[in-house]
Design a protein around this ligand. Structure first.
Ligand code: SAM
Length: 225
């Protein structure tokens, strides 16, 4: 899967996505991440990419031309249009189901806004999906884009050593995951639940399912609905 990240701060996403599991997935060619600097595509002689909002108000707005030309440079390179996600607090809230759906695409463009956002006209022209990572406002779309890349990439086959681990974890089957324990058997006077040491896989599965339901009821009852 290939991610094209359109941003004014490519080094931020490159630095944030080159370690651990995602960094390894890139190294192994399972995913590709290309951060493209929108500023490289401005036709302004001072390399300006933003301007004051029409109608007045605080802040600056990213101009349509550099964003459009950055997106079109990809379209021209690959020879077809690519789904384009604009990261915005006004979008549909990102969740595991959406991560799964995106992980089935071959390529996706993630468009990061900054300042007060992006001129509406270019969004109407190129954006296919509006996605938010939650009901709060950040300074830019770079962190949201990195969150999407991380959540989507780990669902791409081969990225996790054990692909099974994603079918059991939180939000699969609308449940939160059961509690996890590792060595030692006793820590700080607290013992690992006996059932996990029993070797009885059926009983362990049953216990884990019960724990998942209890946790979901306590922490996220909305999921059970
Ligand atoms: N003026 C915009 C509004 O009120 O909807 C907010 C602009 S925000 C300060 C700047 C950029 O950060 C946005 O264009 C978007 O790309 C990104 N951003 C901020 N919060 C976000 C969120 N919760 N989810 C996704 N992207 C977000």
């Amino acid at each position: 899967m290939k991610f094209y990240i359109l941003t004014l701060f490519p080094e931020m996403v490159e630095d944030g996505l080159n370690t651990s599991i995602i960094g390894r997935a890139v190294e192994n060619g399972l995913i590709e991440i290309e951060a493209i600097n929108i500023r490289d595509y401005t036709i302004d002689k001072h390399k300006k990419v933003d301007d004051y909002p029409y109608g007045g108000g605080a802040g600056m707005v990213m101009q349509a031309q550099p964003v459009y030309d950055t997106y079109m440079s990809i379209v021209e390179r690959v020879g077809h249009k690519i789904p384009c996600v604009y990261l915005t607090p006004q979008g549909k809230t990102f969740n595991q189901k959406m991560a799964k759906e995106y992980s089935e695409l071959d390529e996706v463009v993630l468009l990061c806004g900054h300042y007060e956002g992006i001129d509406e006209r270019v969004l109407e022209e190129i954006v296919t999906d509006y996605v938010s990572i939650g009901d709060y406002v950040l300074t830019g779309g770079e962190l949201p884009a990195m969150i999407m890349v991380d959540a989507i990439s780990r669902l791409v086959p081969g990225v996790l050593h054990n692909d099974d681990s994603t079918s059991q974890e939180s939000f699969s089957n609308n449940l939160l995951e059961y509690p996890q324990y590792t060595r030692p058997e006793e820590w700080n006077g607290k013992k690992v639940p006996e059932i996990l040491l029993s070797g009885n896989h059926a009983k362990v599965d049953e216990w884990r399912h019960e724990q998942s339901v209890l946790r979901t009821k306590a922490n996220r009852p909305d999921l059970l609905n």
